[in-house]
Ligand binder design. Structure first.
Ligand code: GLN
Length: 498
């Protein structure tokens, strides 16, 4: 029983079906680990252990009565950006320190309906703005591979909890890399689906035209299992799109059954020199190139493609994302819910002090730059111009995909770094350089672990796909994982038994 948390989602499902353990035993196992070890990494903001136990017991009873839902009784946890009815939903902010959501996000309801057990709400950068979880009001999160290092962000709690063996899978959200980059830093697989694939209803908005929820796990198949109940059209999100509904797990099984000893024969992997630019750590580059070699050995062809200069993409993102954020975050005003300052003297004082006291410095910085970009005198020079460049970024991806099936790159220019008190924001923004283009174009992408640096830190390879091709991305990573064992390496905390 002590190794339960090292099992894959599929092994957990089989174990539950074969009655090797019950959902309640499994849930207790994870709760015990969280209680014993989360003080080291701070991945949870809220625990829902009691309701989890009750859900697990109910799941066991339903299974005994013949309920065949495949995820029935499998534990997971949510990034604290998703509204959970009756449960504190903070978005990593003091602004929502007392916000108990009156409704569920669509993905939360869908995952509930699939029969999964939620163990709680996971730490994150405040309002998902950040790349190292340092902006959370609820404290920094430590990387389970090396406690002196960051787990990445903004879904840092999700990544750390999975990498620590506290949950097999977790939800995340990705506006500019927030699933892929922490997955990379914590040795996980994480997928951001096509924009519109997953409902945004009940996911607290950062930059609405870029935000997309997705799944994180140790393997591509783990991600496929959790992503399945998350997808689908939702009339409550005007940007969610009606589209064919794949069965991701089935697609992976089919791909595996069809694969010979050269599983990637015919697959053209696009590699862009723009993704191996200045600022890329030498060891990250070597590890990523070795993974590309492995793909070639397994039958893939590498082709050279061009994508937009990442510096231009970065500037475009850091204009548009704050602009949308400044508008989205105007709803937090101290009036209806969330943090309210003490003894306001009048309405303006209420707004000003509630927002100044409730938002942390990074969020305030983004609101200020975003408001500036949207202001009458600068709208055309900044916002409209950035929108035009966004269109060109989409075009560059379209052109690249004329010559390849997927595009590969490092997920981030470095492995997990040590938290520096004086890390300036612009340096942190540079860490997003390879991930944000995907969000601006609305494309699906994943990060998969492809090895460790000499210091034992995970390195991620990003795979970008064409619209709606999550299955292809997951299958590509899955077949790679059938021939390699990077995804089977465990963090220091995961190796601890309690
Ligand atoms: N690091 C990026 C930012 O700070 C991306 C965050 C995200 O994807 N939510 O905006």
């Amino acid at each position: 029983m002590s190794e339960l948390h090292l099992l894959s989602t599929e092994q957990l499902i089989t174990g539950l079906q074969d009655k090797q353990f019950s959902s309640l035993e499994l849930t207790e196992h994870y709760i015990k680990r969280i209680d014993a070890l989360d003080s080291k990494i701070n991945s949870f903001i809220t625990h829902t252990s009691e309701t989890a136990r009750a859900q697990a017991q109910a799941a066991d009873e339903m299974r005994a009565q013949g309920d065949k839902r495949r995820l029935l009784g499998v534990p997971m946890a949510h990034k604290d950006i998703f509204c959970t009815q009756g449960v504190l939903t903070t978005c990593g902010s003091k602004m929502l320190h007392n916000f108990v959501s009156p409704y569920n996000a669509t993905i939360v309801s869908n995952i509930d309906k699939a029969g999964m057990i939620s163990l709680g709400k996971l730490n994150m950068d405040e309002f998902a703005m950040g790349s190292d979880n340092s902006s959370s009001y609820y404290g920094t999160v430590q990387n389970p591979w090396d406690l002196e290092r960051v787990p990445g962000g903004s879904s840092g709690g999700s990544a750390a909890a999975v990498a620590a063996g506290f949950v097999p899978v977790a939800t995340g959200s990705d506006t500019g890399g927030s699933i892929r980059q922490p997955a990379s830093f914590c040795g996980l697989t994480g997928i951001k689906p096509t924009y519109g694939r997953v409902s945004r209803f009940g996911m607290i908005a950062y930059a609405s035209s870029l935000d997309q929820a997705g799944s994180m796990g140790r393997s591509a198949k783990d991600c496929a299992y959790l992503l399945q109940p998350m997808i689908g059209h939702d009339p409550r999100d005007a940007t969610s799109i009606k589209h064919d509904m794949p069965d991701y797990v089935q697609d992976l099984n089919d791909a595996e059954a069809a694969a010979g000893d050269k599983p990637f024969a015919g697959l053209r992997i696009g590699v862009a020199k723009e993704y191996f630019s200045k600022g890329l750590d030498a060891e990250v580059e070597t590890t990523v190139r070795a993974a590309l070699k492995k793909y070639e050995e397994l039958g893939a062809t590498i082709v050279e493609v061009n994508i937009t200069d990442p510096d231009i993409t970065l500037a475009t993102y850091y204009m548009l994302a704050p602009a949308e954020a400044s508008s989205n975050l105007s709803r937090f005003d101290g009036v209806r819910f969330g943090y309210r300052c003490e003894n306001p003297t009048d309405l303006i004082d209420l707004y000003t002090r509630s927002r100044s006291e409730g938002f942390g410095p990074e969020v305030q910085r983004r609101i200020l730059t975003g408001t500036y970009a949207l202001s009458a005198g600068y709208f055309d020079a900044y916002y409209t111009k950035a929108q035009k460049i966004r269109r060109l970024i989409v075009k560059d991806f379209e052109d690249a995909f004329a010559n390849c099936d997927v595009i590969a790159s490092p997920t981030a220019p470095t492995a997990a770094y040590k938290l520096a008190e004086d890390l300036d924001p612009a340096t942190m923004y540079l860490g997003d350089v390879y991930t944000i283009g995907v969000n601006l174009a609305g494309l699906p992408a994943l990060s998969q672990p492809v090895g460790l640096t000499s210091e034992g830190l995970p390195v991620g390879l990003q795979l970008i796909g064409q619209y709606w091709q999550e299955s292809k991305l997951l299958a590509t990573a899955h077949l790679f994982q059938q021939h390699t064992d990077h995804h089977l390496q465990h963090s220091t905390i995961a190796k601890e038994t309690v």
